[in-house]
Structure formats: C-alpha cells, structure tokens
Design a protein around this ligand. Sequence first.
Ligand SMILES: [Zn+2]
Length: 139
Amino acid sequence: MPRQKNTVCPICFEGRLLRRSKRISDTYKGNVITYLQPGDWCDHCEEGVLSGEDAQATEKRLVEWRAKVDRREAQELARIRKRLRMTQAEAARIAGGGKNAFSRYEKGHARPVMAVSVLFKLLDRHPELVREVKEFAAV
Ligand SMILES: [Zn+2]
C-alpha cells in the first residue's frame, strides 16, 4: 500500500510521519532487547504509526526472545533450587500452586508468579535464609 508523503502526525499534529526503521528498546523481566522497528515515525514527537505488516516484521523475533527469557528463568529457578538442596516438592510447598508446580516451572510448562521468582533469587543471594523460609512454609 503506497503511503502519503508528508503526512501530519496524528498524535502531536506538529510533526510529519517519515517512513523509516526506528531503534526500539523493549524490556521483559529485567532483560532488554534492541531492534529496528519499521513504521511511519514522527520527526517531532517520535511516536509512530505501524501497519500490520510493520508489526509482523518484528513480532516473531520478540515472541521468540520472550520465550528465551522464560526458558532462562526456568533454568535459573532449577539451578537455585538445587543449590539450596531442596526437592521440587519442598520448593512447591514454599511457592504454592500445587505439588507439581515447581516441576512445571522448571520445565517451562508454567510460569511462576513474580513473588516466587523474587523469593528464589533472594534465597540465591542469601541461602542462610532457607531454614527460616522452610519454617514459615512448614516444609
Ligand atoms: Zn508526532
């Protein structure tokens, strides 16, 4: 579809939309990805208008990147649990979500809520707190 030249920006009404690829940084679970997003970008407010085609050009890569972050998080959770010498059943009792929850998290079949990720990262830094956490969770 041909695009009009010098289209007024529909967001700020001051700039002009120019066809180009803009460098975008996206954050997911503390990870940052930078990619070039094609679109019609305003030379004034820097906002952009993306067609379905523009969004599709980068969507696959972003979905794969988020999946990779999730896989890495699952591996990290398994590493921490093993380091703490906890069984998956014990970790599941602490995390909640049923007795197979941790197994599902480590296989990447389910994602833990943020509080579980944070707790295990905290325990990784402060393994001396495991005893108290187990006590609170009656593990
Ligand atoms: Zn604008």
